[in-house]
Design a protein around this ligand. Structure first.
Ligand SMILES: Nc1ncnc2c1ncn2[C@@H]1O[C@H](COP(=O)(O)OP(=O)(O)OP(=O)(O)O)[C@@H](O)[C@H]1O
Length: 318
């Protein structure tokens, strides 16, 4: 086991009596070679937890062990074992991607650092064309890829990636996932912090869904999806995002994200739902639609919007 988090609680105190429980009794472990997804809305408490793993914040209760040693007792130990790609864009100034990544590689590995690793990484991500471009002239996506390379050029035992694919084009996203999988084959564990549940579902070995400081559920993708195992989902692409469609009364947890309208349904309602969607398509309000088994995104939305309908792995209501 690389990371062991037990009962971690972190409270921020505001003015007077006000307080904000950013992490509430968080417990989970991460093993060597695992990709662990930490999913949650804005303000769920993900960054607070990451900062405690890195020893930048101290838990009020509980403890975090990295390779058996307490982070609260030695934050230097934590920083030597972890590499991180922060959520915010790194400021490269006049440094080129090649210079920035080489610098980090030398800082972490000293004389053992092989410059060929930078070339190989840039090739794997198809970003060689920008290797020698000054940081200020790079697009947001290439800057994000550079920050990713800085995190993985000399990976720690635990690599923490906070929204690594933001601003990155779909082709390079897929290259990036391949590089992440390679890291785990070489023994590192990865924490992927993200709001992008659909993307995470394809990449992670295990996942935890956080909301308001608590972990609502955790497990491998099929365990998490089994919370809604007898459901289907429909996703419709609306003609534009301003169309307001009345969903059928059998729809469960309907939600619209731009021009995507999604809801879950009982399998007995599949044929009525297809008729309903076809009618909207004939009217030109819907461009296309697809029916599929539920995804982690559905579980995430239902857990974080309406509690009480789901049961945990022990059959208890959440
Ligand atoms: N230094 C701080 N002082 C006071 N409150 C804080 C501090 N840092 C975070 N918080 C609060 O703690 C809660 C959790 O914040 P956190 O940044 O951990 O969430 P998050 O899940 O990382 O969000 P996002 O996805 O937007 O980055 C929020 O309510 C936030 O306002």
């Amino acid at each position: 086991m690389i990371l062991d988090i037990k009962g971690v609680t972190k409270v921020f105190h505001g003015k007077g009596e006000s307080k904000n429980v950013a992490n509430d009794n968080i417990t989970f472990t991460i093993n060597k070679g695992e990709i662990f997804g930490l999913l949650g809305h804005n303000g769920a408490g993900k960054t607070t937890l990451v900062n405690q793993i890195l020893g930048l914040l101290t838990p009020d209760h509980g403890d975090i062990h990295l390779l058996g040693k307490s982070v609260t007792q030695s934050s230097a130990h934590a920083r030597s074992l972890c590499s991180i790609q922060p959520q915010s864009q790194v400021s490269l100034g006049l440094l080129t991607p090649k210079q920035a990544v080489t610098l980090i590689g030398k800082m972490r590995m000293g004389k053992k650092f092989e410059p060929k690793r930078v070339e190989a990484l840039f090739e794997a991500l198809d970003m060689g064309a920008w290797a020698n471009t000054e940081g200020e002239k790079l697009s947001g996506g290439v800057r994000r890829l550079t920050a990713f390379c800085m995190a993985v050029i000399a990976p720690g035992e635990l690599v923490i990636l906070d929204e690594p694919t933001n601003d990155v084009d779909p082709v390079r996203r897929s290259y990036l996932w391949q590089v992440i999988r390679e890291l785990t084959k070489n023994g590192s564990a990865v924490i992927l912090v993200t709001h992008n549940v659909l993307e995470a579902e394809k990449a992670v070995d295990r996942v935890a869904i956080m909301d308001k400081g608590k972990i609502l559920t955790q497990g491998n993708p099929s365990e998490v999806k089994s919370l809604v195992e007898d459901r289907m989902r429909i996703e419709l692409s609306l003609e534009n995002e301003f169309i307001n469609i009345e969903v059928p009364d059998w729809s469960l947890s309907p939600h619209q994200n731009g021009s995507r309208l999604i809801f879950s349904l009982d399998p007995s309602k599949v044929s009525s739902t297809i008729d309903w969607a076809k009618n909207l398509t004939d009217k030109g309000l819907v461009i296309d639609y697809s029916l599929s088994p539920t995804t982690i995104e559905d579980v995430y939305i239902e857990l974080t919007s309406k509690r009480g309908k789901f049961r945990n792995e022990y059959g208890q209501p959440l």
